[in-house]
Every structure is written in C-alpha cells, then in structure tokens.
Design a protein around this ligand. Sequence first.
Ligand SMILES: C[S@@+](CC[C@H](N)C(=O)[O-])C[C@H]1O[C@@H](n2cnc3c(N)ncnc32)[C@H](O)[C@@H]1O
Length: 261
Amino acid sequence: MKYYVVTRIYLDELKAWDIYWKWRWFTRRMWESEYWGEVRAAVKPVLDIISKFDVKSILDCSCGLGYKTILFAEAGYYVEGSDASREAVKYAPKLAREHGFNIRFFLSRFDELDEKCGRSYDCIWSDYFDEINTYEYLMLSAKAIYSVLKEGGIFMFTAPNKEELAEIIEKEWKSRRKITIHPPYKKGSIRVIHVEVAEKTSEGILENNIFLIEENDSLRAEIAQIMNPRIKWTYKNFKEILAKIGFKDIHIYKGLIIAVK
Ligand SMILES: C[S@@+](CC[C@H](N)C(=O)[O-])C[C@H]1O[C@@H](n2cnc3c(N)ncnc32)[C@H](O)[C@@H]1O
C-alpha cells in the first residue's frame, strides 16, 4: 500500500479549536461516556449556585459541543450556547437533539456577544473566560458579556483559587498525563488516532492534540495546539476587570467567580 503523508499544524487558537472539535466529534463514541461523568461533576456546583438566584435563562458562552449546555437544559433552565468555534456550534445542536433538546447554538467570540445574542439573559456561564490570553481581550469580553446580561443577572466562570499561579501550574502538571495515546477509532473509510502531548509553560499547559488520519492511501497528521488550561490570571485580576466594567458583589466561591450586574 502506498502512503502519502501530510502534516498540518494549527497554531492559531481558534482554528486549533475547530480542528480539535472536528476530530473529537468524530471519535466521540470512544470518550463520551467518561466525559459525561466529568461534566456532570463540574456542573453540579454551578447549578447549586444558580439555584440561589432568580435565574430562568442561561447563556453557556464557551459551550464547545454543548455537554454542559445540555445539563443546564436538563435542570429545567432555558439555555442557549455560543462558541467561537464553527465546528463546535455545528455539532452541538445534533448532540442536544440526541438528548431530546432543541437548543439554540450560535457562533460568537466573547467580545461579539453584544452583536450576536439578540437578547439578554439572567445568567452567563463560561468555563473558558479565565483562560483568555490578554488583559485587553479580557476587558473587551467582560464588556460584551455585561451588555447581554439582564439587570441583576449573574456572570459566573471558573477561576484559580490561589494567587500563586506558578504553584497551580506545577500542581496541574504533576497531576496530568504527559502523553496519552487513544485507541484507534474507525468510521467508514476513515481511521483516526488521537495522541495528546502536554508541555508545561509559564502560562499553563500547552496541549498538542495530534490527530493521525488514515484515509484510503493517505495518512495525514492534523495538530491542534491549545492552551488547556491557560493559567495566567488571578482572582485579583478578574475582580479589578469586572469592577471596572460595572459588575458588583464580585466574589469567589469554590473555584467559581460570581459577579452581579
Ligand atoms: C474548554 S473548551 C469548552 C468545553 C465545553 N464547555 C464543555 O463543557 O465540553 C473551551 C471553549 O472555548 C472556546 N473559545 C476559545 N476562545 C473563545 C473566544 N474568544 N470566545 C468564545 N469561545 C472561545 C473554544 O472554541 C472551546 O470550545
């Protein structure tokens, strides 16, 4: 058999997320059941907090394939999902339908939410806002989020629970596998092997997601580099930014930052 080998490395973060979600969707039967357990555990404390506020509508603004979005719907909330990855929001409605939910998903970066939402929400949730790369982009994103929250609405996101970021990075690095080779997954004429290679950096963990794709006589590698997690900002940084935008009652509780409009 003759093989043609092509390698593409995606360094642009948004493009890399697209590649990541494209192949994660393709291979999902392999990892999904374990992932449901992880997202259920992650969403439980979020639901506990939300239940203490007067929340009916939620925007999950870094929804990925929408696993957490579905859990918000399952808990009885009106929910929508948005993400900057076109691939993610393409597949998310299919996943939701499989679980019996008709959820609106739309393409939007955080900073564009004011143009893309077309409505406002009682709660905006993100598991990625804390991983934004620059201070300027944090400000722009927080402003857009503020603009689509109802008066008295809450913005909630995950955050580091300590000020010493180097320590958090070290702990994360020690606890995670450095190389993971997932078993091959075949569907139709395509066979994919996903290899994850982690690197420690001064701003968090850089994940090299290498997808080896065999199709007919060709083999190609698509490599998506993502910071996962990026650990760059402290609670103090977030508090300062959110206060500047106009948020009030900003506090941190069990690794979640909660701010009220
Ligand atoms: C950790 S993943 C989300 C996982 C997902 N919430 C879940 O529970 O499975 C982070 C998400 O943030 C998205 N993202 C990255 N930069 C973004 C931006 N500037 N605006 C909105 N979403 C962004 C990525 O496309 C990715 O889907």
